[in-house]
Structures are given as structure tokens and as C-alpha cells.
Design a protein around this ligand. Structure first.
Ligand code: SF4
Length: 247
């Protein structure tokens, strides 16, 4: 009896110990990666983009990195066509950073007025020009870190200028077209441009960053419109399962 009772008590203790044993911490939930980022699918998309847009490039007319920087600042909330129209006379009147930096603000405002948001853009253009003279010896800097110190310049502008003018792959240009298309193609499931850029930099080979940005922007302008994308004309149709596809 005594032995049985000991056994019972031991088993009780055992069961108490078992019960009180802290449960294993739950495994951290895996962040869902878009199904569309399978390397073979991404490679197929890049091939299709190369086929459709072998010569895609920046559509802002410019003769040097400085003009491209100014035009990119002016292109916020404005079409490249309109910026190019303004640029035709603008760079004759203001040929270098000095001319912009020491312009009469009210006059410059009128000169760039057709591009919209002209007061803020005047501040950015003049501020960036002054900084280029004072901090960078009159030349647009060559690194993202430095270019981001210029007033009115964020990563999108930095990527446009470094990629197009200098051939430096610092990231992927994320504009309204790239936001829309990278989601439609399921290359990201983010809305925030910074996160989208990180997602794209993760899945696109670095040597393709510059060209990929141009190609996606071209496709967004020509075929994959925000409203009623022309899916019937799209060479990526068989790879695309966007909810708002039109075929
Ligand atoms: S199939 Fe349609 S929605 Fe998909 S990428 Fe092409 S144009 Fe855009």
C-alpha cells in the first residue's frame, strides 16, 4: 500500500510538473512573400520587359546631370511632356546652378508655373542649386547619401539622376507607375514607396535596376494604365493575374 501511495504521489507530482511546464513560445509567423516573386517568374517578367522596351530610358530631356535633377524636381505631380516644354526655354535662361541659385524667386516662379506647385518647386530648385554650389563644388553629387541632402530631393529623384545621368544603380525608381505595376504583377504587396523599393531591390538583379525602372514606367504609360489597362496588348498577360485585368 505504502509503495502504491508513494507511486501515486510521485505520479501526481509528475503530472503537476508536466502541467506547469512552460509551453514553447509560438513560432513567429512568417511574413507572406508575394507568390509572384518566384525567381523564374521574375526572370520571365524581365525578359518580357526587355522584349517590349529594349531602349527604355528617362523621358525628361536633359543635357547634363544638373538639368535632369531640376527637371525631375519639376516633374512632381506633372507630366514629363509639360516639363520638357518648360525646360526648352528654362535652361537657356538659367544655364547653370549659379543662375538658378541667385534667380529672382518671383520671376522663377512664373517661369516654372506651368509645372504646378511652382512656389514650393522654386524653393527646392533654388535650395538644391545653392547646396550644389556651396557643398559640392557646382556638381550634382554621385552618391544617394549626398544627393538626399539637397532640398526637395527624395530617393525617387536620387535614383532617377544617379541612374540616368551617372549610370549608378543606387536603387529602383518608385513613381506612381512603378507602385501600380509592381502591385499588379505581384512583385510586392506594399503601398509605401520605400518598402516597394526594398522589395524590388531584393528580387531584381542589381545590374537591371536602372533599366527595369524605365521599362516599368514606359509600360505604365503606354499599356498598363491606371484605368482600363490595355491587357490585350500586354506581352506579360500570361504572367499577370491582377484583379483588374481587362482580359
Ligand atoms: S496584363 Fe494588364 S494588368 Fe497585367 S501587366 Fe499587362 S496591362 Fe497590366
Amino acid at each position: 500500500m505504502a509503495t502504491k501511495s508513494k507511486k501515486k504521489s510521485a505520479s501526481k507530482k509528475q503530472s503537476v510538473r508536466t502541467k506547469s511546464k512552460p509551453s514553447k513560445p509560438a513560432k513567429a509567423a512568417k511574413v507572406a512573400r508575394p507568390a509572384g516573386t518566384d525567381p523564374k517568374r521574375v526572370a520571365a517578367i524581365l525578359t518580357k520587359l526587355d522584349e517590349a522596351y529594349p531602349n527604355a530610358t528617362c523621358e525628361l530631356k536633359h543635357e547634363n546631370a544638373f538639368q535632369l535633377l531640376i527637371s525631375t524636381i519639376l516633374s512632381a505631380q506633372c507630366t514629363d511632356v509639360r516639363v520638357n516644354q518648360v525646360a526648352e526655354t528654362l535652361y537657356k535662361k538659367y544655364p547653370d546652378p549659379k543662375a538658378f541659385a541667385y534667380a529672382t524667386p518671383s520671376e522663377l516662379e512664373q517661369d516654372i508655373r506651368p509645372t504646378g506647385f511652382f512656389r514650393n518647386k522654386t524653393k527646392s530648385v533654388m535650395g538644391a542649386s545653392k547646396a550644389i554650389i556651396e557643398k559640392f563644388g557646382g556638381e550634382v553629387p554621385h552618391t544617394m547619401e549626398e544627393i538626399l541632402t539637397l532640398p526637395g530631393v527624395a530617393r525617387k529623384t536620387g535614383n532617377v539622376v544617379l541612374g540616368t545621368a551617372y549610370g549608378i544603380a543606387s536603387g529602383v525608381v518608385v513613381d506612381t507607375h512603378v507602385i501600380r505595376l509592381s502591385n499588379r504583377l505581384d512583385l510586392t504587396r506594399n503601398d509605401d514607396p520605400k518598402k516597394i523599393e526594398q522589395d524590388l531591390m531584393h528580387i531584381i538583379p542589381k545590374e537591371k535596376w536602372i533599366q527595369f525602372s524605365h521599362q516599368l514606367i514606359w509600360h505604365g504609360r503606354r499599356v498598363c494604365h491606371a484605368r482600363k489597362p490595355k491587357c490585350i496588348e500586354c506581352n506579360m498577360e500570361s504572367l499577370c493575374y491582377a484583379k483588374d485585368k481587362t482580359v
